[in-house]
Structure formats: structure tokens, C-alpha cells
Design a protein around this ligand. Structure first.
Ligand SMILES: [Zn+2]
Length: 529
């Protein structure tokens, strides 16, 4: 009997010493591990949802072997700033993201998040999407819930209520507080009020992500404000989709980056994200109408546009924004992405529509067209008002990471900004291979380890044994974006395989049926501050 026990124990010990074969073995990769370390040749073995081994050559058995023949094997990309809830329920496989190597997207940007957050995250769990998703809690959504979309100061009781909502968002699993002080109602928020909310997010270990109050004439004040929110909110802060809008302001990325460097030198944890395009995208109303016209919601806006005095004043304000800000100085530089009231306008410009309406395409006439658009129900627009030199300068800065600011387009519908389909492939194709503005290793770091560290994701963003197996495999010589402003519905090319939590979601460049994405929860999940 005793002997039998010993024999059984020996058999068990032998079984433990003999590891189970790997589930997946990636052979002959050019491994870019995400840290910025130069690439090295090697194999990556996966067991379950995790990386089990990385070595120059792995000879052990695996259920499945993929020989990648010298393609780049990188951590799956982490997109820290997206509007993925636009479209994710219609397209849970998020093909525009998966097919450019993105394995995690963050929602709740620009001060706008689902509120409360928990039901949204539960919905994402139930939906079973192909990539991972997490969220911020939005300051604008919080202010809107407590105060409404009106321009008034918060009372102490309002502040208490807003802090409680931010705390609840953090406990629900937000990664931090997002602000969109450019938008209504964020634009009505004084900095001190934001800081009170930022402190609440910071107590739970969250970060602050900022769509700045003004990326045009008041860019520098806005950079200082983002830094102050981090400094006085005692939390990491990030300038999101950093940009310099309006010809008159081009070149001021120099000052922006100098402020970031100075803040970091004195210990403020400020970083940047950016998309690699010189056009932005948001609603025509938000981009080209002064905030006072939009205060209080649609009915109030329409009433103002009916009043001849305020209509004339609005027209002057809109004309100035076309001339000096998002309009890029010319109605030709404003393109429609999606107009709910007339789908045929997608892709046309503000100049085209002004001419169609029987007027010359002057800035004043275009301002009249903008008011008409808002009266019809509004459009999403694309605004060509940035310079390539600013883009490059920001891109090369060591604290800049890559984020799309995109959404999940329904394939073929409307004319969305190409960033949703092309951001990551464009950086690798245009800014690494063609322009040599970044090394391959640095670009991958900006897409993986840098955003992972920012979010406090300690088990993703780097290729290393024990990390979750989120992996992007691409041909460095062939990777490219194909989406353009005219024809955005084109998937990126060059990604042969994309793996999420150990499951292959893209195989030979095509989506599989796998939907292994998970909801990721931030540092405050379930915590008491
Ligand atoms: Zn934004």
C-alpha cells in the first residue's frame, strides 16, 4: 500500500516535470518586444492566454505552429484614446482595429463616457468582442448629469455630487478621468472644478486624459491647464491627440513640447498621444460654432439662430473659426464625414455645399451654410487645419504615444476620418519605413509598452513570459494604411496574424470567428479610496 502511494506520487511528479505542449508556437519572428530594445530573431510560445516562453529557437511540441518567416512579432497595440462605442455593437469584431494590430481600445474619451459605467462594461462583457476594451469616466458626462449643459458655476453640493460620480466610475473600473474642455459642457468648467474631480480619480490610482480646451489660438494656455490638472490633481495627465490647429498657430508645437519638458523636469507626470494625420474630426457644430451658441442644448441653439441679432453675431464667430481655427482658412478644408439629414453629403466639402446652395464659397457664405447644417440636424466633419511639421515634431517626442481617436465604422457607411482604419499601419508604413521619422522599435513602444505603462496594465504591452498573449505580426516592408479622406473604408495591409488573449483573431490577413476580447478594469475597480 505504502509502495503504491509512493509510486503514484512519482508518476505525478513526472507528469509535472513534463510540461504540456504549447498551444501555439510562433516561429522565426523578428521580435520587437515593445520596450524599445532592438529586434532579435526568435520564437514565441503561448499556452492558454499567456506567453509561456521566448527564445532564439523553441523545439518543444505545440498544438499549432505558425512560421512567420521573419515578419515582425510585436505586442498587440493598445489604443489609449478611441470612440469605439460608436459602432462596436454593430461590429463587435472591430475589424478596422484588429486588422491593424490593435488588441486593446480605451473608451470614454474627451469628457464623454457612458454613465454609469458599470452597465456599459457589463454590456461589453456580454457582447464578446474580438479585442480588449476599457474605459475612462468622462467629466463632461458627469457635469451634464449634475448641472446640465448650461454655463453656470458649480455649487459646493454640485461638486460633491460630481466627485461621487467620478468615484463611482473609478470603482466600476475606469482607468481615470477624461476631459473635453473644448466641448459643451466641458467648456463651461473652470480649471479648479476639474482639479477637484481629478483628485478624486487620482485617489483611486487613475490618470487624467485631456482633449484640450483650445488647440488653436489658446493652445499654450490649454497646455498649461492640462499640466495644472495633473500637478494639482496629483495624478498623471496626458494631452490627447496633441495638435496645433490653424495656420496662424503652426509652429507652436515647439512651445507645447517645451512646456511638457519643463513640467516633467519638475516632476509632473505629463505625456502625450497623437494620431498621424493633419486633419481632425468632430461635429461641425463643436468645431465651427462658438460655445455660447450651443449652450443649453439643441432647442436653445435653434432659438438663437432664429433671432436675427444673435444669428448675425454667430455668423461672425463661425467665420472667424473657419478663417483661423478648424476651418483651415478655407471652406474647402472642411469635409463632411456623415450628415444624418442627407447621406449624400458625406465626402463633400463646405465649399461644395455652399456653391450647391447658390452662393460663392466665401468664408462668410460658408458660415451661413454652417448654421443651415446645424438647423438641419448637423454633421460630423473632417477639418484640414494642421501642419506636417508640427505633426512630426510631436510624433518624435519621447513621451508621445500613438492613439487613433477613431471609432468602429460600419464598413462602407458614411465617410469617416481614415484614422479609424489606418492610424497604426500609417505610423509603421509612412513614418517608420518611408520618412524614417521613428525607428521600428520606438514606434512599436509608442503603440504598446508606453500606453500599457500609462494605464497601469502590467500584464500587457510587452512580449515577455507571463504576459497576456496579445500579439501583432506584420511584414515591416509591406505594412501600410490604405484608408484615405476620399475612400476611408479600406483596411490596413501587412498584418498576417493578430492574437488576443492567446486566440488568433486575424489569420493570413483575414478575420477569424474568434472573439476572445476581455473588458479591462482600471486600478480603482472595487476599491475604497
Ligand atoms: Zn478628442
Amino acid at each position: 500500500m505504502r509502495h503504491a502511494v509512493i509510486a503514484a506520487a512519482a508518476v505525478t511528479a513526472l507528469a509535472l516535470a513534463q510540461p504540456a505542449p504549447y498551444d501555439l508556437l510562433i516561429k522565426n519572428g523578428r521580435i520587437v518586444d515593445g520596450t524599445g530594445t532592438p529586434w532579435f530573431t526568435g520564437d514565441v510560445a503561448i499556452r492558454g492566454d499567456a506567453i509561456a516562453k521566448i527564445a532564439p529557437s523553441i523545439g518543444e511540441a505545440a498544438a499549432r505552429v505558425i512560421d512567420v518567416h521573419g515578419q515582425v512579432v510585436a505586442p498587440g497595440f493598445i489604443d489609449i484614446h478611441t470612440h469605439a462605442r460608436r459602432g462596436i455593437t454593430q461590429a463587435p469584431t472591430a475589424p478596422n482595429y484588429a486588422r491593424q494590430g490593435v488588441t486593446t481600445v480605451m473608451e470614454g474619451p474627451d469628457g464623454s463616457s457612458p454613465l454609469p459605467l458599470a452597465p456599459f462594461l457589463a454590456q461589453m462583457e456580454a457582447l464578446k468582442i474580438s479585442i480588449n476594451i476599457g474605459s475612462f469616466v468622462g467629466q463632461g458626462s458627469v457635469r451634464s448629469a449634475v448641472i446640465g449643459d448650461v454655463n453656470r458655476a458649480a455649487t459646493p453640493v454640485d461638486i460633491q455630487k460630481m466627485v461621487a460620480l467620478v468615484e463611482q466610475g473609478m470603482k466600476d473600473g475606469a482607468f481615470g478621468l477624461s476631459t473635453g474642455l473644448f466641448y459643451v459642457p466641458g467648456t463651461f468648467t473652470p480649471t479648479a472644478e476639474v482639479i477637484a474631480l481629478a483628485q478624486a480619480a487620482g485617489r483611486f490610482g487613475g490618470m487624467h486624459e485631456s482633449h484640450q480646451r483650445d488647440d488653436a489660438a489658446k493652445l499654450i494656455e490649454s497646455v498649461n491647464e492640462t499640466i495644472a490638472i495633473g500637478e494639482q490633481g496629483h495624478l498623471p495627465t496626458q494631452i490627447s491627440h496633441a495638435k496645433v490647429v490653424g495656420v496662424a498657430n503652426w509652429g507652436r508645437s515647439v512651445d507645447m513640447l517645451a512646456l511638457v519638458d519643463a513640467a516633467r523636469a519638475r516632476g509632473v507626470d505629463v505625456t502625450i498621444d497623437q494620431y498621424p494625420y493633419t486633419a481632425s474630426s468632430t461635429s461641425v457644430a463643436a468645431a465651427l460654432m462658438p460655445a455660447w451658441v450651443l449652450e443649453g442644448g439643441r432647442a436653445a441653439t435653434l432659438a438663437r439662430l432664429k433671432d436675427p441679432g444673435s444669428r448675425e453675431k454667430a455668423k461672425g464667430g463661425i467665420a472667424a473659426m473657419i478663417r483661423d481655427e478648424r476651418g483651415g482658412g478655407d471652406p474647402k478644408n472642411v469635409q463632411f464625414a456623415n450628415c444624418g439629414f442627407d447621406a449624400s453629403l458625406a465626402g463633400k466639402t463646405l465649399a461644395d455645399l455652399t456653391i450647391t446652395r447658390g452662393k460663392a464659397a466665401t468664408i462668410r457664405n460658408a458660415a451661413e451654410t454652417v448654421m443651415w447644417i446645424v438647423e438641419q440636424g448637423g454633421c460630423q466633419g473632417i477639418f484640414h487645419a494642421m501642419s506636417e511639421r508640427d505633426l512630426l515634431r510631436i510624433l518624435r517626442h519621447p513621451v508621445t504615444m500613438i492613439a487613433s481617436d477613431g471609432e468602429v465604422p460600419v464598413f462602407g457607411r458614411a465617410n469617416p476620418h481614415p484614422r479609424s482604419y489606418g492610424t497604426f499601419a500609417r505610423v509603421l508604413g509612412v513614418y517608420v519605413r518611408e520618412k524614417k521619422a521613428l525607428t521600428l522599435e520606438d514606434a512599436v513602444r509608442k503603440m504598446s509598452a508606453a500606453p500599457a505603462a500609462r494605464l497601469g496594465l502590467t500584464d500587457r504591452g510587452v512580449l515577455r513570459p507571463g504576459m497576456r498573449a496579445d500579439i501583432a505580426i506584420f511584414d515591416a516592408a509591406a505594412v501600410r494604411d490604405r484608408a484615405t479622406y476620399e475612400k476611408p473604408h479600406q483596411y490596413a495591409e501587412g498584418f498576417s496574424h493578430v492574437i488576443v488573449n492567446g486566440q488568433v483573431v486575424v489569420e493570413n490577413g483575414e478575420l477569424t470567428a474568434a472573439r476572445p476580447g476581455r473588458v479591462l478594469y482600471g486600478p480603482g475597480k472595487g476599491r475604497v479610496p
